[in-house]
Design a protein around this ligand. Structure first.
Ligand code: AHR
Length: 496
């Protein structure tokens, strides 16, 4: 049994936790957009809200989804927005391409449908534009179509297609992974091309927040150097982080369990380092450039044909994988890092929202179930929009072979009161936690997400195998509380 003491530091506020840090990503890849979200208006199997699965939308709304990026991913750099507007007959049937898949794509989920989905979810839209196979003009037209209040041909077309009101999309990605699937640019040529796109897009929509494509340290430094005199043209710098070294989705060893958790934790370092490069590059320039971690999560070998352990585990690759309790613990660790970096991390999007990769929601025919990651995100809800507070581990043991504490926590104070989310990262040992919570009233809610095994999953057959339950929190002296955390578990306590 681990004995540990954690102290919430009321005197050490970090910054506001933007709801944008709890964003999601819907790509036209595998069964994410088509089948997972959109089944069309004539579907007889599942009830829909105008073509979007009702069960999925209701679950996502309750998660919640403050921000949604679409339509890709690698798909974005093949996407021509005009294919997805107008009547069903006007929609083009194209090759839907991303990550090596090729499918028949009828474009029935287009701009208007995506905006309707965002409205259903209460999500802010984030559109990824096509630099790879598109043009500056095509992207400018998409921005104008979505946002202009001037009575142009594009505005009239938008009205004819059902929306007199502009969509007012603020976030626009200028390409996606342009170092790879988005055109195999080198950093310098992308930086120059970005400048041209950003300049023209800003003319069309001065309120747009433009997201430039980043990558690894070398690319990021080169991009920032090339565009140092033009940093005002970017509002956010996109980086992606997938955790790929933890062995297979279900059959992982204890060592691989810790490897995955270490990768999740290292996400924060990548954000911190990228922020440092941006700070150095800005120098005395007061313009703000945030980091957009607009794809993150676990990518197991069953869902890819590259990277470590890539012998064919599943054929064909559908980009679907089982989401275990281990993945949920890794998620909570990453979110802790997001809170630490909330003054530089502007937005983050878990990849992806339904069925694909690190999905919180899964479907199979008429069945829908929620993964342990879903509950982890939901248990973080009180942190959204709240002020992040530092939490010190003042006493406690570390994980086998690691210097890091086994039990860590993130805390915030906001309209829900003071909230703390704790993670017991240990593979097999439970923990008895003393929490010095500072100035708080009573416990108003306390939930625990735990399972017998870190390999536990939910499924269509057993959708409730991993589910939050209430947690007992005992007063333990002035401002002190005690709670017990099983191995590999997550808990959220809200104090009034
Ligand atoms: O999320 C799957 C893919 O991962 C995206 O299409 C791409 O941006 C990244 O490589």
């Amino acid at each position: 049994m681990i004995e540990t003491t954690l102290m919430i530091r009321d005197d050490a506020p970090i910054g506001t936790i933007s709801p944008r840090l709890y964003g999601h990503f819907a790509e036209h890849l595998g069964r994410c957009c088509y089948d997972g979200l959109w089944v069309g208006t004539k579907n007889a199997v599942v009830p829909t809200y105008n073509g979007f699965r009702k069960d999925v939308v209701d679950a996502l709304k309750a998660m919640p989804v403050p921000l949604l990026r679409w339509p890709g991913g690698c798909y974005a750099d093949h996407y021509h927005w005009r294919d997805g507007i107008g009547t069903a007959e006007q929609r083009a049937v194209r090759l839907g391409m991303s990550c090596g898949l090729q499918v028949e794509d009828d474009n029935s989920l287009g701009t208007h449908e995506f905006m309707a989905l965002c409205r259903l979810l209460g999500a802010e839209p984030y559109l990824a534009g096509n630099m790879g196979s598109g043009s500056v003009q095509e992207m400018c037209d998409w921005v104008e179509y979505c946002n202009t209040r001037v009575n142009t041909n594009l505005a009239r077309e938008r009205t004819a297609n059902g929306s007199a009101e502009p969509f007012d999309v603020v976030l626009w990605g200028v390409g996606n992974e342009n170092w790879g699937c988005g055109g195999n640019y080198d950093a310098e040529s992308y930086a120059r091309e970005y400048r041209r796109y950003a300049t023209m897009l800003r003319h069309v929509e001065p309120r747009a927040q433009l997201v430039a494509c980043g990558h690894d340290d070398a690319w990021n430094l080169e991009f920032l150097k090339t565009n140092q005199r033009h940093l005002g043209l970017m509002d956010h710098f996109s980086i992606h982080r997938y955790w790929i070294n933890g062995g297979t989705e279900l059959d992982f060893s204890e060592e691989q369990y810790y490897t995955l958790l270490a990768e999740a934790e290292a996400t924060e370092d990548f954000v911190r380092r990228t922020a440092e490069y941006i700070r150095e590059s800005l120098g005395t320039n007061t313009h703000k450039v945030g980091i957009a971690l607009d794809e993150w999560g676990v990518w197991h070998p069953e869902a890819r044909s590259w990277g470590p352990d890539n012998e064919l585990h599943r054929s064909p690759i559908t980009y679907e994988q089982a989401g275990t309790m281990r993945d949920a613990v890794a998620t909570a660790i990453a979110l802790e890092g997001f809170h630490h970096q909330c003054d530089v991390l502007a937005l983050a999007n878990l990849a992806q929202i339904v069925n694909v990769l690190h999905a919180p929601v899964m479907t199979e025919g008429a069945a829908m179930w929620l993964t342990p990651t879903y509950y982890t995100l939901q248990m973080h809800t009180p942190h959204l929009g709240a002020m992040a507070l530092k939490v010190d581990v003042t006493e406690g043991s570390s994980m086998p072979g690691h210097v890091n504490a086994a039990v860590t926590a993130t805390a915030s104070t906001g309209q829900h009161g003071k909230t703390v989310t704790l993670v017991n990262r240990h593979f097999s040992e439970s923990a008895s936690v003393r929490l010095a919570a500072g100035a708080v009233g009573q416990v108003v809610n306390a939930m625990l997400l735990a399972s017998d095994s870190p390999r536990a999953v939910n499924s269509a057959q057993d959708p409730d195998c991993v589910k939050p339950v209430s947690l007992a929190v005992q007063a333990d002296g002035a401002g002190q509380w005690r709670l017990e955390l099983p191995a590999h578990s997550i808990a959220t306590v809200v104090f009034g």
